[in-house]
Write a protein that binds this ligand. Structure first.
Ligand code: ZN
Length: 396
């Protein structure tokens, strides 16, 4: 996504990179295992960290590289104050080396690493190579690497990170301790964003943070990048969900709810007005159709699941809107809308005139009903204010 590529220069993510295992959000299993190996001093020669982007693979590799070399580790964490930790942190100590395999993928690059690793570390106890995107290296280069992994020098530690573990040869995999990193939960991302906002005195409301967390799709780096961009654009005003929507080009829930209601109730005239509004806003039609399909999926959850807040992170105001719309139709009809909208998305990708095809498809969809198998049961909208008060009480 272009949006994130332009965000690479931002500083907040680097500034708030965790410096110890204890600061790391989630990834509890790998963190516990790595801390334990630091405590016991049983360090392997090769580790493989797998997981989607932004889940903390490189951050954890860096913390681990200091923890195993630290002169005064604290309960498995690096102290970050001894000369070795400081040398690694400021990049002056050459015993921890970071390599991006995407731009160092040839056999010559890897041969050079395999040769260098045979020399003892200059000051640290372990010579650590952090190799990011390791699946990018060539087959020949993997073979060269395999020889080193078969008989590693005793000071050598390789920390491989990848988003594509299935592209790594089995011979390499079998020599690594593998850790799978999970997508970071919405709550954990929201919590971290709140912490950073408070530290940096960024004035932002909870709905905006919730929206950022849901847009980032489990990737902490993306979430912090969006926060960073919003903060630099905010100009000392409070950042709201609407600001995040306009910045990232997401359609707001009011618009989605209005569109869903029109489609459910079959109001053709208003549908065309909304389509025109959408076209004028300059938003991407295919992305909007995806968002609309996602909104119908949420309506289905609200319609069928007793406690939907475990599945959809949204504010009470958004929930009230969703309950009101979901109340107007049956779950069978919602299922039909979700599946028809998904089909429209794939059709639009091949359409010579996206806007026309979009309008025609929605007109066809407008007012569609599935023969109801059961009478419509009205939904009771939960008392969100009461819920919040109860939650606040149980915390304090
Ligand atoms: Zn230290």
């Amino acid at each position: 996504m272009n949006f994130f590529i332009t965000m690479e220069h931002v500083a907040l993510y680097r500034q708030f990179r965790p410096k110890t295992f204890d600061e790391i959000v989630e990834q509890k299993a790998p963190v516990a295992a790595l801390k334990q190996s630091v405590r016991t001093g049983r360090i392997g020669h090769a580790y493989l960290f797998c997981g989607q982007r932004g889940t903390g693979k490189t951050s954890i590799a860096r913390v681990f590289s200091r923890a195993i070399n630290c002169e005064n580790p604290k309960d498995g964490n690096p102290c970050n104050e001894c000369p070795t930790c400081k040398g690694i942190l400021d990049g002056s100590l050459m015993d921890v080396i970071e390599i991006d395999a995407a731009s160092n993928r040839s056999i010559d690059n890897i041969r050079k690493i395999c040769e260098e690793v045979t020399y003892s570390p200059s000051k640290a106890s372990h010579k650590v190579y952090i190799i990011d995107e390791v699946h990018m290296i060539t087959t020949d280069a993997f073979n060269a690497l395999l020889k080193t992994l078969e008989e590693p020098p005793k000071h050598a530690v390789f920390l491989f990170a990848t988003t594509e573990p299935h592209q790594i040869p089995a011979t390499i995999l079998s020599r690594c301790q593998r850790f799978d990193f999970r997508r970071i939960s919405q709550e954990a991302i929201e919590g971290r964003l709140r912490y950073i906002s408070d530290q940096e005195k960024i004035d932002i409301d909870d709905d905006a943070l919730r929206l950022i967390a849901s847009l980032s799709d489990g990737a902490m780096r993306d979430a912090i990048s969006i926060l960073d961009q919003a903060a630099s654009a905010a100009d000392n005003k409070k950042i709201t969900a609407a600001d995040i929507e306009s910045m990232t080009g997401t359609v707001n829930t009011d618009f989605l709810a209005a569109m869903a209601e029109i489609l459910i109730e079959g109001r053709y005239d208003e549908l065309l007005i909304k389509c025109d509004e959408l076209a004028r806003s300059g938003r991407d039609t295919i992305q909007f159709t995806l968002d609309l399909a996602g909104f119908f999926r949420n309506l289905l959850i609200v319609r069928t699941v007793p406690e939907p807040w475990n599945l959809i992170p949204a504010s009470p105001a958004t929930y009230t809107k969703m309950y009101n719309v979901a109340n107007k139709t049956s779950s069978q009809t919602l299922v039909a809308f979700v599946s028809m909208l998904s089909k429209i998305v794939s059709d639009l990708k091949w359409s010579p005139s996206v806007r026309t095809s979009f309008e025609i498809s929605l007109l066809r969809l407008c007012g569609r009903k599935v023969k109801m198998e059961e009478p419509l049961t009205p939904l009771v909208i939960p008392d969100f204010a009461k819920k919040q008060a109860e939650a606040a009480k149980s915390v304090s």
